[in-house]
Write a protein that binds this ligand. Structure first.
Ligand code: PRP
Length: 217
């Protein structure tokens, strides 16, 4: 009997793109594609179990070993601070983590402390610590661009994909922090105990990514 493999997926676009890759490997994703209110979904033929969770919870499930594999954005992975084994860059979900604000935000600050509004407090702390700059972090959970617009913060640290949210609010990128894309992460113990099945999935997905890139060029 094959080992059961549990895959934790960030709900939304990343999950949809992962299903497409998995289907190309012969995995039946019809249940997780139509989840309803059910939280645990199966491809029973392949003994593959899916859990669809909030993006920020994917690293938690994989770190605790209740999911063997997970698909999550690099931004979420960095923010989690969990030492997960990142086995594959899936290359979709591309965007950048950037510091953004009004172009004149690099001018001398009038507030005592430079304020950064962000959904990524850990990444922001690390980024500014690296520059030796003291900042105050204002943690927000959405519509972060409002920070400088409404005077809550001097800048934001957030993901920029098309750049349209920044443009619509008169803001621009001031500094790039890092590139982001979807990553396949693995629990370290699972990789040892279910090595054959997990390696098979990783290698299959790596081949799919290679083909996808070829088609794009
Ligand atoms: C994200 C991000 C930016 C926007 C960037 O927000 O926080 O606000 O998308 O995308 P763009 O460069 O293509 O405009 P999301 O849509 O997840 O909503 P939120 O603000 O509620 O977090």
């Amino acid at each position: 009997m094959q080992d059961v493999i549990t895959l934790a997926l960030a709900k939304g676009r990343l999950a949809e793109q992962t299903f497409t890759l998995l289907e190309n490997l012969g995995i039946d994703c019809s249940e997780p594609r139509q989840p309803g209110r059910q939280l645990v979904l199966w491809d029973r033929k392949n003994n593959l179990r899916f859990i669809l969770v909030k993006p920020s919870d994917v690293p938690t499930y994989v770190d605790h070993g209740v999911a063997d594999l997970g698909v999550v954005g690099k931004d979420t992975l960095l923010e989690s601070g969990r030492p997960l084994y990142e086995v594959l860059d899936l290359t979709f979900g591309q965007c950048k983590l950037c510091v953004a604000g009004y172009a004149e935000a690099s001018a001398p600050v009038t507030r005592a402390t430079f304020r950064v509004a962000t959904k990524y407090p850990r990444i922001a702390r690390g980024f500014y610590d690296g520059k030796g700059q003291t900042i105050e972090i204002i943690e927000l959970h959405g519509s972060v661009e409002l920070g400088p617009v409404i005077g809550l913060s001097d800048v934001i640290l957030d993901i920029v994909e098309s750049g349209s949210t920044l443009r619509a609010n008169g803001l621009s990128v001031l500094e790039e922090v890092c590139d982001v894309s979807a990553r396949l992460v693995c629990n370290r113990v699972s990789l040892k105990t279910k090595r054959e099945r997990i390696r098979g999935l990783i290698d299959g997905l790596a081949e799919q990514v290679r083909r996808m890139k070829e088609e794009q060029t």
